[in-house]
Design a binder for this molecule. Sequence first.
Ligand code: U5P
Length: 233
Amino acid sequence: MEKLYEGKAKVIYKTEEEDKVIVFFKDSATAFDATKKAEIEGKGVINNTISSLLFELLEKSGIKTHYIKKLSEREMLVWKAKRFDLEVVVRNITAGSLCKRLGLEEGLELKPPLVEFFYKNDQLHDPLICVEHIRLLNLAEDWQVQSMKEMALKTNQVLREFFKEHGLLLVDFKLEFGILPDGSLAVIDEISPDTCRLWDAKTREKLDKDRFRFDLGDLMEGYRRVLEKIQGG
Ligand code: U5P
């Protein structure tokens, strides 16, 4: 297969159809601007499984995504999208860079949820930006920014409720958006414990990539527990 793009955790391959691509989930884990790296056997398989399940959930809830179907253990078929150089983060509980930037304690509930935009730019280390910066840099039209925010909040409602039903707290997560071949705005990339903070609702144990970032325990054990829970365990 012809490679179109290779990222830190995924590879995008061409298909025979111009408007569809294959996302291949690798086992690589990176953190802190890729200064911390590891190969974690089986991570790609589990992230593809979780991402596929969550994209199916969003589609069923009326949220447009690039997802078409899961093709194999590590491969997902998706619509080819024109990506925005933006990361949209939704937060329900304080953690991570929010605590560091504003000097907040971890674990405080955010009511209403907080939406943040980051400029996807490796050289600049993905800085936090505001709507005026998005306009200045011409990263998206104002109405697209508004739609991304609304879709991110709706995604939050759907995911938060779903995880809650399965004994998990959705602390925060990152979404990416793109324009599909039919011109619609859609959630793209992946939704997995690499891109979401998920805590055990009872014990508040961290089951996501923070295990790798801060050496909190076996990453795969956390990811497997997330999968077991959302599959009904
Ligand atoms: N996040 C990503 N990719 C990034 C940065 C953040 O997926 O490049 C996710 C984190 O996993 C977390 C949320 O769930 O966005 C907020 O991260 P942070 O801004 O607290 O680091």
